[in-house]
Design a protein around this ligand. Structure first.
Ligand SMILES: [Zn+2]
Length: 199
């Protein structure tokens, strides 16, 4: 074996090793990220006592450029006079008011109270109150004028998947606000409606 071959073999070996390390790093990081995301989502979904019988999920936009659970809490409690505070169960931030893609649960979720994100008088096909069984998810943003961020949509997908699995909610029971209350609202905005249709 000539020296040239030996050197070549060593160089080849080093390159293969380097490729393995480079290849492994993103997979490892991805795995770590998934574990962290799953853990974070479990913490977000945690609540006290027995769960409610959730049957549907209703999507909303905040119709504001910025927002956070604290801001909605103040608005709903103060201005709208909702005794139980923020109307939604979950809020997903857009980086303005709270971190982009961050999912936060409100007190109505933690206490398993019904939301105030759909009109109390709305009835479903069984004649029972929609609000009593509908999980309200609000994405911060005005999706008549802008689009949800990539991080928001990724978080929404993960949240929906987790909720649907836990409560046995089929995809056709995930609605935009305007679908459960036709003619009443443009919520959750054009861009989120398009996303729903494409999914
Ligand atoms: Zn809405």
């Amino acid at each position: 074996m000539s020296d040239t071959h030996a050197v070549g073999r060593i160089v080849f070996g080093v390159l293969v090793a380097a490729a393995l390390v480079v290849g492994a790093a993103p997979a490892e990081a991805q795995r770590a990220r998934s574990v962290n995301e799953a853990r974070a989502l479990r913490a977000v979904l945690a609540h006290r006592g027995a769960g409610r019988r959730w049957r549907t999920i209703v999507l909303h936009h905040s119709a504001t450029p910025a927002g956070s659970p604290q801001a909605f809490e103040a608005w709903h409690r103060g201005h709208r006079r909702f005794a139980y505070g923020m109307a939604y169960h979950f809020v997903i931030g857009n980086g303005r008011g709270m971190p982009d893609g961050h999912i936060e649960a409100g007190s109505r979720w933690r206490l398993q109270q019904q939301g105030a994100h759909v009109a109390a008088r709305l009835r479903d096909e069984r004649g029972s109150s929609v609000a009593a069984h509908a999980i309200g998810v609000c994405l911060v943003g005005d999706f008549e004028r802008s689009r949800p961020t990539r991080a928001q949509l990724a978080s929404l997908t993960r949240l929906l998947r987790a909720l649907q699995r836990r409560y046995g909610i089929a995809s056709n029971a995930v609605h935009g606000h305007g679908e459960v209350h036709p003619g009443h609202t443009a919520c959750p905005g054009r861009a989120l409606r398009e996303w729903q249709r494409s999914g």
